[in-house]
Design a protein around this ligand. Structure first.
Ligand SMILES: *Cc1c(COP(=O)(O)O)cnc(C)c1O
Length: 348
């Protein structure tokens, strides 16, 4: 009895083709950081090798991905020391420069490197100020071992399509004087803003079938289905409680199923009573506080048996966007926090 995450490569392939449909002949940088948004690199690599470039956050992730894939990899955090350059030298990866402090390290490289220049157009997290761009571009162009692969920037509010910062960021990005390839769009921009597509797009969450707007999008297919078995069934009389803190109280005679998944698996403790849980395809609702290894579910009038599989997210009753709202978070966080205890399997 254990929790499982079923990973659908056919859904992943569908979502990648949806991206391609939206962007015409532009190129795709598939975002596979955080172990492919929690989907595990080994499950997504066979499909996402169909993208043009794969991007991760850290050198440790480049190493892991390089063991699986021959594709070009983009290291988003870039390099901070000569040691970092030595480490990535055999890994065939491109790097981002997002801070002037990285310039001395890069200009010292004797390893050939392809570099993306990241500009801070308004998010103010990472990126080189637009006024420093020409200087950085010419310094890097003058380096024998460096070629500039492109210029990129990141939206702060792409999921709020009417936010004024989107227009402002685009204006600043368009104003850069460069002949290099450009990249700006994350999933939200790909889905909502054709003027943000440029030469390369950078989809993340939409590849995994979840919407950046946190509302289910029927053109995407969920890649992960999180499920766990019914371990026990019992009946509560009206007025009886269940679980830690006795949070849930039965208003009438209530049939409860105890399911083998909890916050130790990445099903958040913050889930509220009433969160949809699908058992053997029937819509049921969480009742009582989430424990480390178990949850309790009000099965209503449905006939449920020990051993039936419950789906916590990823089927028609349980879109991950909807489930995440019940925990006060987003699909991004739920997907990336599935724990190591959960067994991953290919979905047939
Ligand atoms: C993670 C990330 C993305 C992808 O964002 P989604 O909202 O998941 O599409 C794009 N660009 C950068 C720089 C990122 O770090």
């Amino acid at each position: 009895m254990h929790a499982q995450a079923l990973i659908s490569q056919s859904a992943l392939a569908h979502n990648l083709s949806q991206v391609r449909e939206l962007i015409g002949n532009r190129q795709v940088i598939a975002m596979v950081k955080a172990d492919a948004y929690g989907h595990r690199l080994e499950y997504i690599q066979p499909i996402l090798d169909g993208a043009d470039l794969l991007a991760v956050s850290e050198i440790s992730e480049v190493k892991k991905l390089r063991q699986l894939s021959q594709k070009s990899i983009l290291l988003l955090s870039g390099v901070f020391s000569d040691k970092d350059i030595d480490e990535i030298a055999p890994l065939n990866c491109q790097v981002v420069i997002h801070s002037l402090s990285q310039l001395p390290v890069l200009t010292r490289t004797r390893t050939p490197l392809k570099v993306w220049i990241k500009i801070d157009t308004g998010m103010h997290r990472l990126g080189i100020a637009p006024e420093d761009f020409s200087q950085v571009q010419s310094t890097l162009s003058a380096c024998e071992h460096i070629s500039i692969a492109g210029v990129m920037s990141h939206f702060a509010c792409a999921d709020e399509t009417a936010h004024p910062l989107n227009t402002l960021q685009l204006e600043r990005f368009n104003a850069l004087q460069t002949a290099c390839a450009r990249s700006m769009a994350n999933s939200a921009a790909i889905l909502s803003n054709p003027s943000a597509l440029f030469d390369y797009v950078r989809p993340g969450i939409m590849l995994y079938g979840a919407s950046p707007f946190n509302l289910p999008n029927p053109t995407l297919k969920p890649v992960m289905r999180l499920q766990a078995p019914v371990m026990a069934i019992r009946t509560l009389a009206a007025g009886e409680h269940v679980g830690y803190g006795a949070r849930f109280t039965a208003k009438q005679t209530t049939t409860l199923a105890t399911i083998g998944i909890g916050y130790g698996d990445g099903y958040p403790r913050h889930m509220t009573d009433g969160t949809p849980v699908s058992i053997a395809g029937k819509l049921c609702h969480l009742a009582g506080r989430v424990s480390m290894d178990m949850i309790t579910v009000d099965v209503g009038q449905h006939a449920v048996q020990i051993g039936d599989m419950a789906t916590l997210w990823g089927d028609e009753h349980t879109p991950v966007e909807v489930i995440s709202e019940h925990a006060g978070t987003t699909a991004y966080e739920l997907l990336t926090r599935v724990s190591r205890r959960v067994r991953f399997e290919d979905c047939p």
